[in-house]
Design a protein around this ligand. Structure first.
Ligand code: F6P
Length: 346
């Protein structure tokens, strides 16, 4: 059994579950007598060869801690050819046998490109958006849903006390998973997601109906990526584009609240949950899965595998060709949304 020198990095938006995954990598690597090197702030760490050794004592107590002890960033080395070369040089300089990249479509897309260039890569899926193709689950989603559910519960108290409508804006970029699951599990009175064109008349009628039957409040969940007629976040947020070409979202909840108040005359407020959804201690699911994904990644390195990411398929962790996720996102099926409307459009 040959010992390896394994790099690990976390890229893209942070989320609960990253530290358990890092812990899983380091603890499994110790079984093989490997060395683990943590790259700082995602791909920026590989560009600069900014790395720290990760030992048992560095990861023992991080299971319940949110965020990532390695730091993260949205650095895209493929924006500049010289950064690609720097990464290849750092990989050699750090004497790495393989790199485990923990991230969403952007981070794993970069890992995929490097693996095509011959650098051994294994990916671990994470994002609160759960919008990664080829996997049923991404680390961080479960904890983020809990945050949304808790927020809705609190907002319902105030909505009820003041007979108000409260709009809660939920992250997820162009996918509605977090808003839909959080809204359903939290019992939101209406849910809007980017995959389905908003039917504002239906929403207004639903709120009127609620008030008429004595349910004199409403909590409306809206995903940040919903496009409302007359409001395009692209215009509002001009210039705010990250290294992967993503527009910074946020604000559609405020617009919806104004529209609701204007159209049905009920006092309406908006709450944007924003980064509250990304922090905090990982749920049990995100802890256990993080550990197992970290362990599996190290096992794959020892099996000599490269160019794979570990998909969650049912209760199995399955290595999948990492190139399959490049440039793709997984969205909510509109038919599924229509079918679960029965729980919030009564
Ligand atoms: O991809 C995770 C996510 O939290 C999205 O839901 C959100 O749109 C985006 O990241 C925000 O990114 P940042 O923290 O870079 O503003």
């Amino acid at each position: 059994m040959s010992k390896k020198r394994i790099g690990v990095l976390t890229g893209g938006g942070d989320c609960p579950g990253l530290n358990p995954a890092i812990r899983g990598v380091v603890m499994r690597a110790l079984d093989y007598g490997d060395e683990v090197i943590g790259l700082k702030y995602g791909w920026a760490g590989l560009i600069k060869a900014d790395a720290v050794p990760l030992k048992l004592e560095d990861v023992e107590d991080i299971l319940e801690i949110g965020g990532t002890i390695l730091g993260s960033s949205r650095t895209n080395p493929f924006k500049k050819e010289e950064d690609v070369q720097k990464c290849i040089e750092s990989f050699k300089k750090l004497n790495l046998d393989a790199l485990i990249a923990i991230g969403g479509e952007d981070t794993l897309g970069v890992a995929s490109k490097f693996s095509k260039l011959g650098l051994p890569m294994i990916g671990i899926p994470k994002t609160i958006d759960k919008d990664l193709e080829e996997t049923d689950y991404t680390l961080g989603f479960d904890t983020a849903v809990e945050v949304v559910v808790d927020a809705i519960k609190r907002l319902r108290d105030t909505a009820k006390s003041h007979a108000r409508v409260i709009v809660v804006e939920i992250m997820g970029r162009h996918a509605g998973w977090l808003a839909l699951y959080g809204g359903l599990a939290g019992g939101a009175d209406y849910i809007l997601i980017p995959e389905v064109e908003p039917n504002l008349e239906e929403l207004y009628n639903h709120i009127r109906k609620l008030y008429d039957r004595g349910h004199t409040y409403a909590v409306v969940a809206i995903a940040e990526g919903v496009q409302l007629p007359g409001f395009t976040y692209q215009k509002g947020q001009e210039g705010m584009v990250d290294a992967f070409g993503h527009i910074r979202l946020g604000g559609v909840g405020n617009v919806l609240a104004e529209e609701i108040q204007k159209n049905i005359g009920i006092e309406t407020r908006a709450v944007i949950l924003s980064h509250l959804q990304r922090g905090g201690s990982p749920s049990i699911r995100d802890r256990i899965l993080g550990l197992l994904l970290g362990k599996t990644a190290v096992d794959l390195v020892h099996e000599g595998k490269s160019g794979y990411f570990i998909a969650v398929k049912g209760s199995e962790l399955v290595p999948v060709d990492i190139t399959l996720i490049e440039g793709r996102t997984k969205n909510v099926n509109p038919a599924f949304y229509e079918s679960v409307k029965t729980f919030f459009n009564k």
